[in-house]
Design a protein around this ligand. Structure first.
Ligand code: ADP
Length: 245
């Protein structure tokens, strides 16, 4: 079954074509990596998939439902959420309270009811479960500002999971990490991908090799190659595009 598909996506910025007839099929349950040199259109494609940009032409479907005309919030409600490269963590709250607040806002409780302790605490058990999933239980009481870069990325994944996505988009989950952090994120993405579809933009080819079932390579806004990782990495056009970077 196809979880997420894009058909003929074009995005023009004042005459500059950032994505050019991009089509993509992501199977349910797979980890799909979008790769390509800088400026290839990866971020633009992610923005189109998650509704942050509207395509100039073309469409995006989530489980066959047309979503490309919907707002990002409506797309989240339908089961696609996105973890940003730029942090969405509240530094002044504890790790646990970051997740509690995210669960509250998702619950639809009106904002005036968010603050009282009693209401907040009802979300704690679920928040603790999510922290366990991302291996942050031991840091639940820590101020988010005091987390390492890698731990913040783990917390961001927990925040995305509060939306219970069927499809999770991860924007460069290993960026700025040392080898230990990278290994931790690889394990985590594998775990999070159980029973879920994951699409990631990733620069680190060894991460792509470890994680991705299939990849789509973008170059100059177009799809250069797409398919099983092992096949695509041997494609001479892909090798050339990377050597030319
Ligand atoms: P990548 O993520 O692969 O590095 P991007 O999607 O960020 O690539 O960018 C693709 C191209 O589109 C780049 O040449 C970039 O300068 C251009 N671009 C992206 N966003 C805008 C925008 N809002 N206005 C004009 N040009 C843009």
């Amino acid at each position: 079954m196809i979880a997420l598909s894009a058909r003929g996506l074009y995005k023009d910025f004042r005459g500059f074509r950032a994505t050019n007839d991009v089509s993509l099929d992501v199977e349910e349950g797979e980890i799909h990596a979008i790769i390509g040199p800088n400026g290839a259109g990866k971020t633009t494609l992610f923005n189109l998939l998650s509704g942050y940009l509207k395509p100039t032409r073309g469409e995006v479907r989530l489980y066959d439902e047309l979503i490309s005309h919907l707002s990002p919030e409506e797309i989240v409600r339908r089961g696609l959420s996105r973890s940003f490269q730029i942090s969405s963590v509240f530094s002044s709250l504890s790790v646990l309270d970051n997740v509690v607040v995210a669960l509250q806002s998702r619950s639809g409780l009106p904002a005036q009811f968010w603050r009282p302790e009693r209401v907040m605490r009802q979300f704690e058990p679920r928040a603790l479960e999510l922290l366990e999933q991302v291996h942050l239980t031991g840091l639940a009481g820590r101020l988010a500002a005091d987390l390492s870069h890698g731990e913040k990325r783990q917390l961001e994944i927990a925040l995305s999971l509060t939306q219970e996505p069927r499809v999770l988009l991860l924007d460069e989950p290993t960026s700025g990490m040392g080898s230990e952090g990278v290994a931790r994120v690889i394990r985590l993405v594998r775990e999070v991908a159980r029973g879920r579809t994951v699409v990631l933009v990733e620069h680190n080819m060894s991460v792509v090799a470890e994680l991705a079932h299939r990849i789509t390579v973008l170059q100059y806004g177009s799809v250069l190659a797409s398919g099983a990782y092992e096949d695509v990495r041997r494609d001479p056009r892909v090798i050339e595009a990377y050597l030319g970077e």
